[in-house]
Structure formats: C-alpha cells, structure tokens
Design a protein around this ligand. Structure first.
Ligand SMILES: [Zn+2]
Length: 141
C-alpha cells in the first residue's frame, strides 16, 4: 500500500535523503505503472528537470540535496494534486486506500466531476495527441 503521508516523508528526507528519494521514486513509479496518464506527466516533469542538471552539479552537500529533494517532492505533489483534480480522482489516495477519509477507496479517476480548467490544461492536450496517434496507426495498418 502506498504511503502518502508527506510529513513522514519530509522527516525521512532530513534523516536519510537517499532512501527518501528512492521511496518517492518508487511511489511515483507505482502510480505511473497503473496510470498511463500519470506516466506521461511524470515523464514530462522528469525531462523538464533533466535540462537544468548542469548547474546543479556543483557544490552538493547533504543539506542542499535534501532541500532540492523537498522541492522536487513538493512539485510532484502539486502535479499529482492538479492531475487528481483534472481527472476527478481523490488527491489523497487515487482510490487505492479503503481507509481513506476523503473517498473510502472510491477515489479513482471519475470519482468526482473533473475540474474543467485543470482538465483542459493537463488532459485535453494529451487526448488530442492520443487521438492523432490512433489515426496515424489506423492509416498505417
Ligand atoms: Zn482517497
């Protein structure tokens, strides 16, 4: 089961940044594995970050890594929140936790009415691309 407690993660970040990073990546990968849309958004986020790693190479002590990771985590969390709103999913658990106080495990995408502005910003462009891709495949087949 996923551990979505940001406080606990932040505590771990301070004690053991390397383990925390692995934990965060594992969680994101787990979500991405069951959700192609999430995989796409994560890939976008990752490649956007890859472009500014050069300057980040210099002068890396544990503290700056932890701070960087905390920022990364916050950005990933914001992204997930936006995506959950766009898809009408429970931002706390995405329907994966029967004990979730917000949705009792029903919070999969479509659980609530998707936020129109978020949907237009995040999901609609992906749907357009997806449908273009399907048409292209249809022609080639
Ligand atoms: Zn939930």
């Amino acid at each position: 089961m996923m551990d979505d407690d940001p406080e606990r993660l932040l505590a771990l970040l301070q004690q053991d940044p390397a383990t925390a990073r692995q934990l965060v990546q594992a969680q994101l990968a787990e979500r991405a594995a069951s959700d192609p849309m999430m995989a796409m958004v994560l890939q976008m986020a990752t490649s956007a970050r890859a472009s500014d790693t050069d300057e980040a190479d210099q002068d890396h002590d544990e503290r700056s890594q932890a701070g960087e990771l905390r920022g990364e985590l916050a950005r990933a969390q914001d992204l997930l929140d936006d995506l959950a709103a766009a898809l009408g999913a429970c931002a706390a658990c995405w329907g994966a936790d029967e004990g979730c106080r917000a949705c009792r495990g029903h919070g999969v995408p479509g659980w609530r009415i998707p936020d129109e502005a978020m949907f237009d910003a995040i999901v609609a462009p992906a749907l357009r691309r997806r449908s273009r891709n399907h048409h292209a495949q249809g022609r080639n087949a």
